[in-house]
Design a protein around this ligand. Structure first.
Ligand code: PLP
Length: 380
């Protein structure tokens, strides 16, 4: 059994993907082919923003947004403690100080209460200039943007939506990657919408930021790439990846997002009596980058994981370490507030196999083995 079966997806989309790849190879526009522009147009339309700028990966997407806002030394950037490293790495890389904020136990997303505490603390200390909130749509569910927006307005902060796992999610009718002043996503193969290598995109409604993003991503270009008006980077989406994404986006919209929600719903119905299942807030819709359950404690989590492994069922621990405890952040280069929820989640969480092409029988095996694990426990 595969944790996320990308080969199966390829087998199903093979004809179209092979054709599109062949088309790129024959055309020879390996950089900035028409597929890149077409993809950006379709992504912006789907997400509901004025601009989509594709780039090299989801980490660059975050960095480019921070470059546009001139985030650097002396600035404080608020980041959830429970996320993938890139969310905290990028502000630190720009020279800003990441302030790690706790998350909510039920949704795993940034806690507005903890966020406001952290902002007040930084303001009271008076050493740093609070500038950006990086809100992550963890495991596919959008963060609590209605609350985050109130806080951002109150303290005059910018919102950067890290939608690397969130593409396809919604709050009401509004789609993920449109909630931030700038929003980003990743097309790493295992993300909800993935390509066959690295890729990413940035979304915004602001004309000026869009122009700056397009400049920064191509060596700070002015009139063209040999007219360099600022120091930038080289971060573009390959034409080949855009071609693959055009096919995959169609499948994502037509049935994959729906299918993965059905798989998640089946887990929820079958497992809710046995483990703590992930909560999706009312009026929210997840793209289910991960389906993560919570066990009583670390020992129980590890023992279920080994049990499932023996039965040939792959599981993953996202994440086993709070961001604030990563070796890279051990120095004075970050600030931590109280982070009890994240510390607990790291011990209790376990992600189950999940993807749009998961067969019912395959999923029944996972569910049966989990139930079996708990009935064995009871007998002991
Ligand atoms: C994957 C991921 C990223 C980085 O994306 P890459 O394309 O791998 O650089 C950033 N933030 C989060 C939350 C992610 O899950």
């Amino acid at each position: 059994m595969q944790f996320r079966d990308l080969r199966k997806q390829y087998q199903i989309l093979k004809q179209d993907i092979d054709k599109e790849i062949q088309c790129v190879l024959t055309d020879g526009n390996y950089i900035s082919g028409y597929q890149v522009e077409e993809l950006e147009k379709q992504l912006a339309e789907y997400v509901g923003t004025k601009y989509c700028i594709s780039c090299g990966n989801g980490t660059d997407a975050l960095s480019l947004a921070l470059m546009v806002w001139n985030v650097g030394a002396g600035d404080a950037v608020f980041v959830p403690d429970f996320t993938f490293f890139a969310s905290g790495e990028t502000p630190a890389y720009r020279g800003a100080v990441p302030i790690f904020v706790d998350v909510e136990k039920d949704t795993f997303n940034i806690s507005p209460t903890s966020l406001e505490h952290a902002i007040i603390k930084v303001k009271e200390e008076g050493k740093l200039n609070p500038k950006v909130i990086i809100a992550v749509d963890l495991f596919g569910q959008p963060a609590d943007y209605p609350e985050i927006k109130k806080i951002a307005e109150k303290y005059n902060l910018l919102i950067l939506e890290d939608g690397a796992q969130g593409f396809g999610g919604r709050i009401g009718k509004q789609r993920a990657c449109s909630f931030g002043d700038i929003s980003t996503t990743s097309f790493f193969p295992a993300k909800p919408l993935g390509c066959y290598g690295d890729g990413g995109a940035i979304f915004t409604d602001q004309d000026e930021w869009a122009q700056l993003l397009k400049s920064y991503q191509v060596h700070g270009k002015g009139k063209n790439k040999y007219d360099n008006v600022r120091i930038g980077v080289n971060s573009r989406l390959d034409t080949l990846q855009a071609a693959v994404l055009l096919v995959k986006l169609r499948a994502f919209k037509e049935y994959e997002l729906n299918a993965v929600n059905q798989v998640a719903e089946r887990y929820t119905q079958s497992l809710k009596e046995f483990v703590q299942i992930p909560e999706i807030k009312a009026n929210y819709y997840s793209s289910w980058a991960q389906y993560s359950i919570l066990l009583e404690d670390e020992e129980m989590r590890n023992s279920l994981q080994s049990y499932l492994k023996e039965k040939g069922i792959p599981t993953m621990v996202y994440y086993s370490k709070p961001m604030s405890q990563q070796t890279a952040f051990r120095g004075d280069d970050c600030i931590k507030v109280e982070l009890p929820v994240t510390e607990q989640l790291c011990q209790q969480i376990l992600a189950l196999p999940l993807h749009p092409y998961m067969e019912t029988e395959e999923q029944e095996r996972v569910i049966d083995h989990i139930k079996e694990f708990f009935s064995c426990k009871e007998r002991i």
